[in-house]
Design a protein around this ligand. Structure first.
Ligand code: CAP
Ligand code: MG
Length: 407
């Protein structure tokens, strides 16, 4: 087959086909139809030249470009892929086709995957979220937003100090405390000691507050080590594990989901901006949300629109939609708002996210003039005020102090 043979704008994708949307821009002189056909060929059964080895029975496996629309300096294309092209329950395989060589074709100047829709049978071949939004809410007995923090400084604290910061945050009012994305098992804070010590402080905080508390223990590591650390969490009946999905990799995320021993999986997306940031090249964050949800994370960072990271409100709403929209009966994923947040952001966040969100503040709690416990209380008070429909001003002295500092 020639590249153009992969283009059929009369094709109507069947419900059993996988479909992808791309923005594609060719190098000078490349015809759009030829480029679109080349992307479909290279991501399914074809290559740069016709082959003597093609069999007639293979024709039905060829991807089809069914939509080509001029867009800016390039074009928006949609491609339908017969499901037989992919191995069930194998995300690396799927992405090696539809997010593989095509980015490197010399005729392709820019390429960005903006949509990925798996058919039911293929999507359900993965485990999906074990808990999702409802399961996380049930764990904490709350249907209102959870408030959390990231232990800061992000690196350097010794284990005992790390655990004490977590304790102060829990007793101050945080529901959850997480490790930072780049804390794993460095010499100053080894993983085993950290989970043992921090869980002890967590139990103490639960006793003192009478509330369920969560510790998102970062298990990002070489796969076998990741599993060892997941077992540490499970053996200590620690509800959560946290994983950096991009640096850990999709196959390893499947391994974690298969061997999580019932842990809630918190997905950090460190590194996503390397592929999501450019509007004309890479992969959109909603696609990363769909991949993560299909494999089975329970919570996922989706941006804040108001904090320090780059996404605007429209993008954050698209990320939330990809976590929560109807998807073959696969559980919705709890959106996480984090990054440059402080208690003053809570009213705006509540308008964007509603009740189904985990709001995390790192510097916005540990930077409070009166320390972590007061910072956590200010964050919790801001959330309580907003949920009650009250102003965050004059709600509590800790919150007023946060307003004085960041207002
Ligand atoms: C936030 C954070 C998170 C970012 C990740 C940080 O700390 O711990 O990793 O929120 O960004 O390291 O920056 P602060 P995103 O609250 O002190 O900013 O959620 O957009 O993936
Ligand atoms: Mg961080």
């Amino acid at each position: 087959m020639r590249y153009e043979d992969y283009v059929d704008t009369r094709h109507k994708p069947s419900r059993s086909e996988m479909t992808c949307d791309f923005y594609a821009e060719g190098v000078r002189g490349v015809k759009p139809k030829w480029l679109a056909g080349g992307i479909a060929a290279e991501s399914s059964t074809g290559t740069w030249t016709e082959l003597t080895t093609e069999k007639p029975y293979m024709k039905k496996l060829a991807a089809r470009v069914y939509k080509i629309k001029k867009s800016g300096r390039g074009m928006d294309i949609s491609i339908a892929y017969p499901p037989e092209l992919f191995e069930e329950n194998n995300m690396p395989n799927i992405l090696s086709s539809v997010a593989g060589n095509i980015y490197g074709l010399k005729e392709v100047r820019y390429l960005r995957m903006n949509g990925l829709r798996l058919p039911k049978k293929l999507a359900k071949s993965f485990k999906g979220p074990k808990f999702g939004i409802k399961g996380v809410q049930k764990t904490f007995g709350k249907k209102t937003p959870l408030v959390g923090t990231i232990v800061k400084p992000k690196l350097g604290l010794r284990t005992a100090d790390h655990a004490k910061v977590a304790y102060e945050a829990w007793v101050g009012g945080c529901d959850v405390v997480k490790d930072d994305e780049n804390l794993s098992g460095q010499s100053f804070n080894r993983a085993k000691k950290r989970i043992e010590t921090t869980v002890k402080y967590k139990r103490r905080a639960e006793k003192e507050t009478g509330e369920r508390k969560g510790y998102m223990f970062n298990v990002t590591a070489e796969t076998f080590e990741m599993l060892k650390r997941t077992n540490m969490a499970a053996d200590l009946r620690n509800e959560y594990v946290m994983i950096d999905i991009l640096t850990e990799g999709w196959g390893a995320l499947q391994t974690l989901r298969d061997h999580s021993r019932g842990r809630i999986i918190h997905a950090h997306r460190a590194g996503h901006a390397a592929i999501t940031k450019l509007p004309y090249h890479g992969m959109s964050m909603p696609v990363i949300c769909t991949i993560s949800r299909t494999i089975g994370v329970d919570q996922l960072h989706v941006g804040t629109a108001v904090g320090k990271m780059g996404e605007d409100k429209r993008e954050v709403l698209e990320n939330i939609a990809a976590c929560k929209e109807k998807y073959h009966g696969i559980r919705p994923v709890m959106p996480v708002a984090s990054g440059g947040l402080n208690p003053l952001h809570v009213p705006a966040l509540y308008k964007i996210f509603g009740n189904e969100v985990i709001i995390q503040m790192g510097g916005g709690i540990h930077g409070h003039p009166w320390g972590t416990r007061a910072g956590a209380k200010a964050a919790r008070d801001a959330l309580d005020a907003v949920v009650q429909g009250r102003s965050i001003r004059n709600y509590s002295k800790e919150l007023d102090e946060a307003i004085r500092k960041w207002g």
